[in-house]
Design a protein around this ligand. Structure first.
Ligand code: ZN
Length: 532
């Protein structure tokens, strides 16, 4: 006797093969039967009515580490059919944290997550994962270790290279996290303190991860003027450490860089031809999101948050910051380049009236210079201002999406229309990434076939992470499933009105448990913490 039979679906198995019409039977947490199940019996049956049945989507790039502690149901992701999320991306993970790292971490999250009591003190990855498991999640979770977190724990926020002691401390924390089941190391080289690291430091850490067969996932050092150097660095780290490389949210930023996608993809193809295992992920939006403080040069972030705020208020430092934002410093270029204040939209700050408006517009209203306005906004919000930057060309976006080495990922923290996570103005990619690809880029624009799009959301990220029993529909695989109507699936979240669940996704199963029915979350928390 099966637990579930899904009948009447067009089955897209995740491999990229054309859909077939077949029944799928689930027993426990696995797919137990496929084929003609006419005579088979089950406790429950689903008539898919010709809709698509696919493996649950795997999001290799999320920032759901803390949101999942606040609200484990993970609405914005699970309702799209995302059943597995990788956390700890862009160099930032909630563990491991030393005593020093823990107090700085608490300071950093106080504004965005006032309800969270994390970490209780110094904490290893196992402590964090234990806390997450205790609360329960609706999706499966794949942990990565953030390089920035390691560096903050070992050295605080200092610009110099690590001495032997600091390097050893980072390596031993990293090895401990890999022992606790982490899948690899992430870096965020445009954010402090990650940006302070030079390539040899990253290679040395990547070698620790390589010994555990983990991956190196990087938000690379530059995405506009220095994009090509930054991609070269990621590839160099992969080659030197003998480790697979995942380039996060591959894109060409800044209007002056538009048209570079083909050359960018050639660099990745060249590396792959040399035998370096490099892949990338992408979200389907023309704007990206970051903290406004990421517009500032690295030296501005040195020391404590108070030091940063003091510099923001100091006229001489302001002049230097303005110059560096416009001209860059060594290999660092501000995200401001090719975007400008008119295309920098404030999405989260302490004054809700300012949300959804550009820095340029706010400056005009205040009768102030836009640079001074940006610095003032940072001071007024203790450096916590979120922005979206309209910066990515549509033609480049489509070229990158269509490339066979690029998968789909959201680069977002999980959110929800109601409850404690329904605040600020998150980037709409949190609610829309996967369904937007299926609606806009498959059905409306024909950039990808449906089967190829599903492959980029399932077997491809599964293989990248080494999840061999997920992301595919075959007998014996875990029963993470999504059912959607290919004619109706789509996103509704926008930059100014991001809190909107998708259309066309009717059912989601996680480890065989029904989690979404007729588009509504049933409250199940059947997700598991996965380990490498
Ligand atoms: Zn990220």
């Amino acid at each position: 006797m099966l637990d579930w039979i899904v009948r009447g679906a067009r089955v897209v198995d995740g491999t990229g093969a054309p859909w077939i019409r077949t029944d799928v039977g689930v027993k426990g947490d696995r797919i137990a039967a496929m084929g003609d199940l006419e005579g088979a019996r089950a406790h429950r049956e689903v008539d898919a009515g010709g809709d698509i049945l696919a493996p649950g989507f795997i999001d290799v790039h999320t920032h759901s580490d803390l949101p999942l502690l606040v609200e484990g149901e993970g609405h914005s992701h699970i309702r799209q059919g995302v059943t597995t999320v990788a956390i700890g991306n862009c160099g930032n993970s909630p563990a491991p944290l030393s005593e020093r790292g823990a107090s700085r971490f608490r300071e950093q999250i106080a504004v965005d997550f006032p309800e969270l009591d994390w970490p209780p003190g110094p904490a290893g990855l196992a402590d964090y994962l234990g806390e997450l498991a205790r609360r329960g999640t609706s999706s499966n979770v794949v942990p990565l270790v953030g390089h920035g977190t390691l560096r903050m724990s070992a050295m605080g926020f200092v610009g110099e290279a690590p001495g032997r002691d600091a390097m050893d401390a980072m390596k031993s924390m990293l090895a401990g996290a890999m022992e606790a089941g982490a899948f690899g190391l992430s870096s965020g080289l445009i954010y402090t303190p990650g940006s302070y690291a030079r390539t040899p430091e990253l290679v040395e850490l990547a070698r620790v991860v390589a010994a555990y067969r983990g991956i190196y996932a990087s938000h690379i050092r530059g995405e506009n003027d220095t994009l090509f150097d930054a991609v070269d660095e990621a590839i160099e780290i992969g080659e030197a450490a003998g480790i697979p490389v995942q380039i996060a949210r591959l894109k060409v930023m800044g209007r002056h860089m538009w048209g570079s996608a083909d050359r960018l993809l050639e660099v990745i193809e060249g590396a792959r031809e040399r035998g370096i295992d490099v892949t990338a992920d992408q979200y389907p939006y023309e704007a990206s999101a970051t903290g406004l403080s990421a517009y500032l040069p690295g030296w501005a972030h040195g020391g404590s948050r108070e030091d940063l705020l003091r510099r923001l208020g100091d006229p001489r430092a302001r002049e230097e910051m303005r110059r560096d934002i416009l001209e860059g410093v060594e290999d660092w270029v501000s995200p401001y380049r090719g975007v400008g204040w008119e295309n920098t939209l404030v999405t989260r700050c302490s004054d809700p009236d300012l949300e959804g408006r550009s820095v340029e517009e706010i400056a005009r209203e205040r009768g102030a210079d836009p640079f001074d306005t940006a610095f003032d906004l940072l001071i007024e919000n203790e450096a916590n201002v979120n922005v979206v930057l309209s910066t990515i060309g549509e033609a480049d976006l489509e070229r990158i999406m269509a490339h066979p080495a690029v998968m789909i990922a959201s680069d977002s923290g999980v959110s929800a229309v109601e409850g404690p996570l329904a605040r600020g103005k998150p980037h709409p990619r949190s609610f829309g990434t996967f369904v937007r690809v299926l609606g806009e880029y498959v059905r409306e624009r024909g950039v990808l076939t449906l089967e190829e799009a599903v492959r980029k959301m399932t077997t491809m990220p599964a293989a990248r992470l080494g999840l061999w029993d997920r992301g595919v529909l075959r007998v014996g695989a875990r029963a993470d499933l999504v059912i959607f109507d290919p004619g109706a699936v789509g996103d509704r979240a926008t930059y100014t009105d991001p809190f909107a669940y998708p259309t066309g996704v009717s059912a989601v199963f996680v480890n065989g448990r029904e989690t979404v029915r007729e588009g509504a979350h049933l409250g199940a928390r059947a997700g598991r913490i996965l380990s490498r």
